[in-house]
Design a protein around this ligand. Sequence first.
Ligand code: NAP
Ligand code: ZN
Length: 363
Amino acid sequence: MLHCPVRIMFGDKALPRSGAYLQQLGTRALIVCGKTSGILSGALEELEQNLEKLGIIYHTYAQISENPGLEEIMAGKELCLAQACNILIGVGGGSPLDAAKAISLAAANDLAITELYDLSKFRKAYPIVAIPTTSGTGSEATQYSVLTNYATKTKAGFGHALAFPALAILDPRYTLSLPHKVTLNTALDALSHLLEGIYSNQREPLVFPLIYKGIGLIKENLPKALDNPADLQARSALMQASLYGGMVIAQSSTTLQHSIGYPLTTEYGVEHGLANAMVMESIMELYYPLVKDELEEMFKAIGSTRAGFLKWLEELPFTRHVALSDEFIERAIFQIMGSRNMALNPRKIDAEEIRSILTKLKG
Ligand code: NAP
Ligand code: ZN
């Protein structure tokens, strides 16, 4: 079944064009953003101007870090309640968007820090608006929020229908300020989501056209955006692909490719998209026999072949190696085997297969 309950406004002036609907959602907004991206992207200033025009009162919580921690969510919850906010607006990459979702649920249900993943306590949510400034996570179109427990060094997501944004506002201009590295890493995250839509045992053929289109857009436009960061057409194509990736994983969820990336992020600080990309080729090799027809169909749809796609991936300028310790690998295998996404793999994956993929990263 396809479920996408998000109103999506895409393109130039998406924010002012969303005014009428924004106004219906609430009267007091908590804007949730990172320390710099809201300003660098220009999204925060435009949002504030539009909220003022609409007569929506706002407070800003600009403290969200990459891979938001549970404590940041609790601080946001307190601010939301103290200011009597009734709408959450996430502005930024996946980190602030996911934080806005978690704060909405924490505040509406008065959750304790130990209850942030307890779906049985999720009874309501304040409406969530998502304004992405990266093209990667697709969080604006998903019901997921990925949080990090820094005490246990574990990263995990929850998924709940109440966490779907009511409104997603996508203006590619907000991504013109992305540095080279973030442009690359986030596009690789979007690519992971699109591929996982094929791998997942909950794959939804209705969204296969989005998968093909999204992968094609990344293949064609990522090199352009890397070469010329001011190329608005390429930025727009990447934002569209990222949105499609979100719409896809909202149906099929993610798989081993994401589970394996989380410990690389929490223990070695590897950025989310890069962590997925490092294992992308190994995972495609592992799954190819299981989804051969679907992958071949995708390669054909993007005018390529398996060899052509892998060559393109190989030529992208990202590192494939990280000096993992043997002790980490054993601990990570345990964590990965227990993660939520492992139930979505196209077949059961064993510890030895994960060990082999992680060991390859040592170079
Ligand atoms: P991010 O962690 O939100 O941001 C990465 C970096 O890019 C930050 O330093 C950020 O600055 C900066 N940045 C963002 N937009 C910018 C802009 N327009 N110009 C200049 N700098 C900008 O990165 P992300 O890859 O988008 O999000 C990753 C998170 O999303 C992870 O926690 C991941 O697990 C999660 N995720 C969620 C879903 C989902 O469905 N919910 C799916 C995949 C991944 P600031 O620190 O100032 O913001
Ligand atoms: Zn991801």
